[in-house]
Design a protein around this ligand. Structure first.
Ligand SMILES: [Zn+2]
Ligand SMILES: [Zn+2]
Ligand SMILES: [Zn+2]
Ligand SMILES: [Zn+2]
Length: 565
């Protein structure tokens, strides 16, 4: 290498390192700016810090290594609202279902105690009037949309806390996607804004200014901020019961392969819900915490669509990228070998995962997938108005899709999960009836289906994922439902080739499943009501197993004594 070349190379390297240096400096500067807002976000004393995400914008990062099951953050949401469907059954303040009574004035919201009612009164005294006005004006028993009730609560609380409070400044600093919204989303937000103004009885621009809203643009911003930064409020058993807004956890960015989850496992009666961020994968010090904004059992096209619509971004995680590889969320059984899978993703023709045949998915199968997808949408709407019909529809569609689609594939898994939920409701509806022969076969059907769902979720989700936890726990509980007398009489030595097994063998299976649930719940939903419920059920099961064994031993001893005598 000549001197000239050497110099030229050094110049380039020098330039590169200067560039690198400026990049690093910029990064540090960005981080410092963000650190400044650490005060706003009250992250001191937690394992998290604010930083600049490689995905763009801000993100939360861990300060030490975190094992799966580690609680990274625990906060009270700024605001939460119970869904209209659950207003009657769940305490508006603490979400408990015990001893709830409706507010005598509006007859809409309910509380479990005077303590909860008093604690909520600051907001509810205004809400109570609005709810009554809304019902009168609509001439029916209607309740405004959940988002309207939640945003109005946010605004009433702003005026209680003050516009200068950290509480409101955190809300004000939430990200809005107003400038990137599709025209249909813009339109729906404008519509929501109109309803909100009506509901809160804001009659002039001055009225809006009382809540710090200067223009229509501000109002759409607020809708976008709320939608983008809210979480589904869930019961301790992971049922969706409302919506919650929490600015700090909302700083967490999305991945379809998340290392953390946002859950409400430890909510207690008498106190507002607690939102926990839990690590479900090992997270190294300094790594970004990522949670999924959408259901990650869904195929990429559906995930991408809802991320685009609600959050205005395109996900580029490894699960969304995966070119040419088979995704169990969108595949069909290979018609040649019947064992392997073919991708049903349009425009992807990967060979069969087992026999290697390159086949395209037939028109007939595509048609059945289309029918299943449409039917799923219909059943989701029907489930509240006519659960019986929704149950029949999902049962039929699952039967239709079973020969073509493995249980991991969409829409089969979604249909199976809805079908299972409806079956469980049916089993719970009439506990007396559960002794009849039809219900014992219903119970067996639910156990078989629950087993298939667990297997599918295990294929799709990481160990300890809350959805997995709840599915395993539900299966374990089903295995503990009392069986028919004549079926459970079978003893320890009965054949085990039927599924689900009966009697002693079923108890053994229940114990195994409970232990499995306990281990996973300890990761995804630690320290909550579900963990306690499973632990108690496990104790009962172990006691019953011991009685069973003693009974068999006594019977044997008696038989021996009788033979001797
Ligand atoms: Zn309560
Ligand atoms: Zn009321
Ligand atoms: Zn993704
Ligand atoms: Zn094959």
């Amino acid at each position: 290498m000549s001197f000239k070349e050497l110099k030229a190379e050094r110049d380039v390297k020098g330039k590169q390192s200067i560039l690198k240096q400026t990049e690093d400096e910029q990064q540090m500067q960005k981080d410092e700016e963000n650190q400044g807002s650490d005060d706003l976000y009250e992250l001191k004393g937690t394992n998290l810090r604010l930083g600049t995400s490689t995905l763009g914008g801000r993100g939360l990062f861990t300060q030490t290594d975190a094992k799966p099951g580690t609680r990274l953050l625990s906060v009270r949401p700024h605001i939460h609202a119970v869904s209209a469907r659950f207003l009657e059954d769940n305490c508006t303040l603490c979400t408990s279902e015990e001893n709830v009574r409706r507010c005598t004035r509006c007859k809409k919201v309910a509380y479990c105690s005077t303590e909860c009612q008093t604690a909520d009164w600051g907001i509810h005294k205004q809400e109570c009037q609005s709810l009554r006005r809304w019902a009168e004006a609509s001439g029916s028993d209607s309740t405004p949309a959940d988002s309207i009730r939640a945003i109005s609560r946010l605004l009433w609380m702003r005026n209680i806390k003050g516009a200068d409070s950290i509480w409101w400044r955190q809300i004000a600093a939430m990200q809005s996607n107003r400038e990137h919204l599709s025209s249909s989303t813009q339109e729906s937000y404008t519509h929501l804004a109109q309803s909100l103004v009506l509901y809160m009885k804001i009659e002039s621009p001055e009225g809006l200014r009382e809540y710090g809203i200067e223009s229509g643009k501000d109002l759409v911003d607020l809708m976008s901020k709320f939608t983008t930064n809210s979480f589904t409020l869930t019961s301790t058993f992971l049922n969706a019961i409302g919506v919650a807004t929490a600015p700090i956890p909302a700083l967490i960015n999305h991945s379809c392969q998340p290392n953390a989850v946002v859950v409400f496992p430890a909510t207690r009666k008498g106190a507002p819900p607690t939102l926990d961020v839990i690590a479900i994968q090992p997270i190294r010090r300094g790594e970004e915490v990522l949670a999924a904004y959408v259901d990650i059992t869904l195929p990429r096209e559906i995930r991408q669509k809802s991320l685009k619509e609600t959050y205005a971004f395109e996900c580029s995680c490894t699960l969304c990228k995966l070119p040419g590889t088979l995704d169990l969320r969108e595949c069909v059984f290979c018609p040649k070998c019947n064992e392997g899978f073919l991708s049903s993703h349009k425009g992807q023709s990967a060979p069969c995962s087992k026999c290697g045949a390159t086949l395209s998915v037939s028109q007939g199968v595509r048609e059945r997938i289309r029918l299943g997808t449409e039917g799923l949408e219909k059943a989701e709407k029907l489930q509240w108005q006519d659960p019986e019909q929704a149950l029949r529809l999902t049962t039929n569609l699952n039967t239709l899709l079973a020969p073509d689609l493995p249980p991991t594939s969409h829409p089969r898994l979604a249909l199976m999960r809805l079908n299972h939920t409806l079956l469980l409701e049916r089993l719970n509806l009439d506990p007396k009836e559960s002794n009849g022969p039809s219900c014992s076969s219903l119970l067996d059907t639910a156990i078989k289906l629950g087993t298939q769902i667990v297997a599918a979720l295990v294929d799709l989700l990481p160990h300890g994922h809350p959805t997995r936890c709840v599915a395993i726990a539900a299966l374990a509980r089903l295995l503990r439902v009392d069986e028919d007398q004549d079926q459970s009489k079978e003893d320890e030595n009965s054949p085990t080739n039927t599924f689900p097994p009966h009697g002693y063998q079923r108890l053994v299976l229940a114990k195994e499943t409970l232990l499995r649930a306990l281990a996973e719940v300890n990761i995804g939903l630690p320290g909550g009501a579900l963990f306690e419920a499973i632990r108690r059920l496990l104790d009962d099961t172990e006691r019953e197993l011991a009685v069973f064994k003693r009974g068999v031993r006594n019977a044997q001893a008696n038989a021996v004594a009788a033979a001797k005598g």
